[in-house]
Design a protein around this ligand. Sequence first.
Ligand SMILES: NC(=O)c1ccc[n+]([C@@H]2O[C@H](COP(=O)([O-])OP(=O)(O)OC[C@H]3O[C@@H](n4cnc5c(N)ncnc54)[C@H](O)[C@@H]3O)[C@@H](O)[C@H]2O)c1
Length: 329
Amino acid sequence: MPYGRGAFCVTGGAGFIGSHLVDRLLQLGMTVTVLDDMSNPNRAWLNAQRRRPRLDVVEGSCADPSAVDAALAGLADGQGAVYHLAANADIRGGADERDKDLRDTAVGTFQVLEGMKRHGIHDIVMTSTGAVYGERLQPPFSVLAGPLQPVSLYGAGKIAAEAFTHAYCAMFGLRAWIFRLGNVVGARMSRGAIRDFITKLTADPTRLEILGDGTQRKNYFLVEDCVEALTTLPDRIELTVERPSVVMNLGSESCTTITTITRCVIDELGLSDVSLHPLGGKRGWVGDQPFVELDVSEAFALGWKPSRSSDEAVREATRRMVAEMGASV
Ligand SMILES: NC(=O)c1ccc[n+]([C@@H]2O[C@H](COP(=O)([O-])OP(=O)(O)OC[C@H]3O[C@@H](n4cnc5c(N)ncnc54)[C@H](O)[C@@H]3O)[C@@H](O)[C@H]2O)c1
């Protein structure tokens, strides 16, 4: 990765993970162009970025070639790289707007790859997801496991995005580091169980409705650990002409159940006597993958490890979100 040369385009850079990644790249002295369609930006963060040195923001969709051109124009031929995070990250929303994952994630990735080809940019780091595995494989999921049979349009869109990226690398000389993330948590989260529970309990501190039966278990890790991996692992993974792209899981070794998150949020809000109402069923909503347990041994072997266990990450993220949301009950 061209950290020495220092120009990056971050698609989805106004979102949860993207904004933390942009902060880190700027802190490292890099120049950053954000390409974001502002469908789910963190407004507070974005407003604080006005006239921030070495940061440019292009508003537009990855699926729009002219927006991609505008964002990549600042990256001189072969001298910059792309962090591609833009996607429909709203798994539930994808069930209602059924072409969203196709358009924003699959076509969006295709247009970013096309734009890179037009502008002579070779390197891309992409965030994929544990949702590509579906629920029929034996956990923990290894990147060697298959067949991939996702239970959401989100997972399907990501598989397509991954596949186009591998093919562009094999055919057109690009290099790609694709990371399948577990559940990333921390400040500026716009969705997820922690935020959902804080919102519900702030409205009614006596009862809490839980989507699913509470046994769903997923791998949680903090956003700064995710950003650390995205910015350090590419330099530790050598890509060659024979292997121009790689896919790797990122997350913690452990998992946390929804019931544990419930207890953590109740605790951090200082509540007791909350009656719990699980709605039942093994998944929280159509498209919810009941378990996301990832084999993260490859990333660990390269010297990266999250700073907290999954339970500790949930606890820390809950504290940050309670503070950020100003929740008092
Ligand atoms: N948060 C997680 O736990 C998690 C887990 C696995 C994978 N990921 C992946 O990480 C990436 C970032 O996720 P996040 O949680 O920060 O989500 P987010 O919704 O907070 O951020 C996504 C950003 O992309 C933008 N965006 C959406 N569609 C776009 C498009 N077509 N063109 C340009 N911008 C667009 C949104 O406005 C938003 O700012 C996504 O690719 C997501 O699939 C996230």
